[in-house]
Structures are given as C-alpha cells and as structure tokens.
Ligand binder design. Structure first.
Ligand code: FUB
Length: 339
C-alpha cells in the first residue's frame, strides 16, 4: 500500500457543508456499507478500501481490497467502534484478490459474513465465513458457495425465517460473463440490444452455507410490466443489490452503475417480480454508489458512501442518513449533496 492508504495521509476536502452527512469512519477508508441490527446495536459490514496502487480500469482493478473491518454503533449519532480485522484475503484458502462488498446474517446462533472475491483464476465467486460474534473474527469455509458467481451478495431473511441471497454486478463484477450459464471471459461488458442483464438470487440452505435450489433471475419490470432494454442505463441493474421489507412489501434496491443512482423497485414476494418505482439516492461524489437500508429504533436509515475524505473514487468513506417511506409506500429521494 502507498502512503495514501489512510484518510489522515490524504488531502481532506475542506468544504464539509455541501454534504448531507459526514463520514462515520475517518481513520480508514470504508465503502459499500451493509448495516444490520444485532443485539440492539447497529453493525456495519463495509469494504475496506486501500490505496494498493493498482492502475484504474473498467474492470475495477483499482478496488484492490485485502481485508474487512466490522464497525458498531449503539446509536445512530453515537460513537463508532472499529472491531479490528474480521477477515483477511490471505486467510481465505481459495481466494486470489479483491475483497469487494460484503454482507452479514445471523441464524442458528451464528453470524455469517458473505463476501465476493476473485478466485485464483481471477473469477469472482461468493464465499461465506462464520463467527460466534457479530464483530468477528470470521473463519472462511474452505471453498466458495457452490453455484455462486459474480459479486455484491446481499442476504435478506424474511419473517418466516427463510433467507435469500441476491447478488451480481456487471462489467468488473463479471455478471455478463455468465450470460450463457458458463463462464466466458470474452463476453462484452453488457449487451447493447435486447433486454438488460438481471441480478440473481437463490434461497439459502438452513445452515446458511450454501444455496437451496437453483440460482434465478431477479425480474425488474417497468410500470407497464416490461423488462428494461439493455440501453436503459438510467434504470437497468448494474450492482449493489439490497432488499428490505416495509409494510409487507419487498423493496429491491440497486445501483445503476454508470448513471450513478441508487434506484428501487417494489414486489409482493421476496422472489419478485419487482416493479421499478424511482430514485432512492442521487449520485454521490465518486463513481460508485452502494448502500443498505435498515430499521433501527422505529426509524429507517440509509447507509451509503462517497469520497469526501479523499476525492478519489476507490478511497471511500461510509455515511448514514435517515430515509422516509411515504404513506403510499414510495421512498423520498435523497440528495447526498446540499443544493
Ligand atoms: O467496492 C468494490 C465495488 O465497488 C463494489 O463491490 C461495488 O458495488 C462498488 O461499490
């Protein structure tokens, strides 16, 4: 890592007033925050960005992360505790490089950390690691989850106890390389005709270590019940899937990637289909936009990131702000910059 691996060593942005909220963590670069409430506290499972010096390209090679830290907060405006290194890429037997956006779940008295990382052949797979504590450390299973591919896992557990993993991301996330069901490293970044590529989902086994049944497409439909064409970059899925449940409805939210919004769609079932509703979070400073939505003490919160501390797209900092559902179930659009 070079000298700019920590925020203290970078040139901080001085104009803090233009941002809707301020960084939660200031001594490490953190991104892709998956927030959960465990034991009455908020736990944040982010990526740990680092300045590895890997050149920037459309495959996201500059996002060359080596470990995860877990953070907790007793209250939304309270102190943020860094619980230290929870998992290292070198402790994952099958991993090659690039620990990207993780998520976590609790079941069977255990905590599960789900993580995407490229294997030794440079193919993204999704792994799982377990711990008896929400803050880790986590021990990785010896192999990736069978049948997993691509990245950005998000695990949602419904009120009946059934858990589902949503995953996938195009371009650097490699989802397009699986369009035929078999890995094709020569596939174009995304189609230019026909329908957009869709995110994936699978039901989790009761032991939470694997998929229970086949991987399926997550159907995202427009207001007329039609899938998005591949050219609709304002609304098509790119990466960063997240599911939350509000008033009996299932909300599937995701990043539109090169158009930089977090958008959302609503469905009646955790397996979809989901109907597009609109923008949840407008573009943040930096190329990527990635979030989670969580309820805590009767209010709803959006965790997200931007590049306030570094001004560099691959050195991000996590933030939180309140999120409001309207009486009709739609979500009030959040602007991360004060205008
Ligand atoms: O942090 C690496 C990648 O950037 C994530 O996996 C994507 O969602 C994007 O935020």
């Amino acid at each position: 890592a070079d000298e700019s691996s920590t925020p203290a060593a970078t040139t901080s942005q001085t104009d803090t007033s233009k941002y809707l909220s301020q960084p939660l963590v200031k001594d490490l670069f953190t991104a892709d925050p998956s927030a959960h409430v465990f034991n009455g506290k908020i736990y944040i499972y982010p990526s740990h960005d680092t300045a590895a010096g890997t050149p920037e390209n459309d495959n996201g090679d500059h996002f060359d992360m080596r470990d995860y830290h877990v953070f907790s907060m007793d209250d939304i405006n309270g102190k943020v505790t860094d619980h230290g290194v929870a998992l290292r890429v070198k402790d994952i037997p099958w991993a090659g490089r690039q620990l990207w956006a993780p998520d976590a779940a609790f079941k069977n008295g255990k905590y599960y950390l789900y993580f995407p990382v490229k294997d030794k052949q440079d193919v993204f797979r999704i792994g799982v690691a377990t711990s008896t504590s929400p803050s880790g450390p986590f021990k990785a299973e010896p192999k990736p989850i069978e049948g997993s591919f691509s990245m950005d896992p998000a695990v949602f557990t419904d009120e009946d106890g059934t858990s589902y993993m949503y995953f996938g991301g195009i371009w650097g996330g490699q989802l397009q390389r699986w369009a035929t069901g078999k890995y094709d490293s020569t596939a174009a970044p995304e189609p230019t005709t026909g329908n957009a590529l869709l995110p994936k989902m699978a039901k989790m086994r009761k032991d939470m270590l694997g998929f229970d049944g086949p991987v399926k497409d997550v159907q995202i439909l427009d207001e007329n019940g039609k899938p998005f064409p591949a050219t609709d970059h304002d609304r098509r899925f790119f990466e960063a899937a997240w599911v939350h449940k509000y008033n009996g409805k299932y909300y599937f939210s995701y990043s539109t990637g090169d158009t930089h919004n977090i958008v959302y769609a609503i469905g009646d079932s955790p397996t979809g289909p989901f109907t597009y509703k609109g923008v949840l979070l407008k573009p943040v400073q930096g190329w990527t936009n990635h979030h989670s939505v969580v309820e805590f003490k009767g209010k709803w919160y959006l965790f997200y990131h931007d590049t306030q501390l570094s001004g560099k797209t691959h050195l991000r900092n996590v933030k939180v702000t309140e999120l409001t559902h309207n009486p009709d179930g739609t979500i009030q659009t959040i602007n991360p910059l004060k205008s």
